[in-house]
Ligand binder design. Sequence first.
Ligand code: UGA
Ligand code: MN
Length: 253
Amino acid sequence: TTIYVITPTYARATQKADLIRLSQTLQHITDVHWIVVEDANATSKLVTNVLKRSKLLYTQLSIRTPAFLLRQKKEPKWKKPRGVAQRNRALLWLRENIQLKKSNGVVYFADDDNTYDKDLFNKFRNTKRVSVWPVGLVGGLRFEGPRCNNGKITGWRVVFDPNRPFPFDMAGFAINLELILENYQAHFSSSVAPGYLESSLLSSLVQDKTQLETITPNCREILVWHTTTARAHLNREPYVKAAKTLEDDKVEV
Ligand code: UGA
Ligand code: MN
């Protein structure tokens, strides 16, 4: 079974550092296909370099986030969803390029700045429909996600809007590829209230959260963390004492 890892990414000072970390995590996994979708009008050299060096099977795509979804100056981060157009672009690619029934696959949405335990991937590889597991450091909690007993979900450890149809983070679930190919209209909606992005896709794929699968018997192993990379401060760049600053600009960081 191939794991299709879908990663939206955008240009910023820490982009390469984040992508290298994720690529080197994925290098520990067998049978992965990394679909990286840049938030840009065209693909970039920097991302191509990371992908080539990774030796992974990959697809590099790009689509710009539409203007109405761009964060305005001083607007809080949670107001607008991120990575939506990019993940939907990857879903379109799967539907256009992978034939139903010919291939076994599982789809996972892996943001570029989270921290992934390599053991996570083999635990969700057998996902029949949709599997779910706890995520560390998210939702204002040490960890958030399903509570379960002998593989059966018994409840949810969640505080932010627990009435959401699917009350968990993007990093906390995987979907069988067949389900995505059969439901060709299923996609992320950018017009939903904050926290409802995951629900907007999953509502078209499974009836409700009682139908979800687990990946460990007790749902108490944390294998992914919602880390965020600190913004790089580059304010001293103008003061570099060197004759060769133009050459420095060509250094890929
Ligand atoms: C949280 C969730 O973990 C995300 O899965 C969810 O998409 C996001 O909230 C949301 O509300 O939309 P968070 O860490 O706050 O994530 O968001 P980022 O990591 O900044 O962005 C999520 C992904 O989208 C990343 O892979 C990032 O590279 C990408 N992104 C971000 C873009 O493609 N374009 C942007 O302008 C910003
Ligand atoms: Mn993030």
